[in-house]
Design a protein around this ligand. Structure first.
Ligand SMILES: C[S@@+](CC[C@H](N)C(=O)[O-])C[C@H]1O[C@@H](n2cnc3c(N)ncnc32)[C@H](O)[C@@H]1O
Length: 219
């Protein structure tokens, strides 16, 4: 199964300016980007030889923060983004690049992993697709493995509506439109779903819109 909006959110058209854009943390969507990536990387198992899946590796900013001694599979729909990652990560950990829709990847033959990490990707999946993604993470992590997701999120539906109203009132209509157009996570719902699957879950907020959820699969 391909994700419904994969073609729309393939970042090929934005690749050339992506790294410059994420540095602008005065924009509400970008605020917290560097801290989120740092925290997700720190949350990821990094023992020598650990196998890590970076879902939506993009230009490689998250994987560039990992130990050189882990082995990474980086998957993304965008070949343009991954071409930049390949250059950036030449001296980083070994990376196998896979061009694929992320749901399709989990449905094909693939290894098991010690860690699954992803930043600013899963908000491109519908709520139903997110649930499927959580199940795939559980099936794909080794016992004792850990997932860490940094992304655009709201505590709950009420917080989402308050944010839309606030951004519209403050002249950030483009942010309010993005919230409507994409599928920012609801932390309460994601946390409940991950716990129901069996994960041990923690959440942390880094900016108005950016959070990290970690999900550990017990031994
Ligand atoms: C906002 S960028 C984030 C890139 C990187 N993880 C980071 O934190 O800088 C989102 C990335 O997800 C990829 N993407 C979006 N939908 C996808 C899907 N369904 N399957 C695989 N990759 C997808 C895009 O091509 C893009 O590279």
């Amino acid at each position: 199964m391909q994700s419904e909006f994969g073609d729309k959110f393939n970042h090929d058209p934005w690749a050339a300016r992506y790294d410059e854009n994420v540095k602008n943390e005065s924009h509400p969507i970008r605020a917290g980007y560097a801290a989120v990536l740092d925290f997700v990387a720190q949350s990821c198992p990094q023992t020598p030889g650990a196998k890590i899946l970076d879902v939506g590796i993009g230009t490689g900013n998250l994987t560039s923060l990992l130990s050189k001694e882990v082995e990474v599979v980086g998957l993304d729909l965008s070949q343009e983004m991954m071409a930049l990652a390949q250059r950036k990560l030449a001296d980083g950990p070994p990376v196998t690049y896979v061009t694929s829709d992320l749901l399709a990847y989990f449905e094909g033959e693939h290894p098991h992993f010690d860690g699954i990490i992803s930043t600013y990707v899963i908000h491109h999946l519908t709520e139903k697709e997110k649930s499927r993604f959580f199940d795939y993470c559980w099936q794909t992590l080794k016992p004792g493995g850990k997932a860490a997701f940094g992304d655009l999120m709201f505590a709950d539906l009420e917080a989402r509506q308050q944010a839309i109203d606030k951004f519209n009132a403050e002249g950030w209509e483009e942010v309010a439109l993005d919230i409507d157009d994409e599928f920012f996570w609801l932390v309460d719902s994601a946390e409940a779903q991950l716990k129901a699957i069996g994960f041990e879950v923690s959440t942390r907020q880094f900016s108005e819109l950016s959070w990290v959820i970690t999900a550990e699969k017990p031994h």
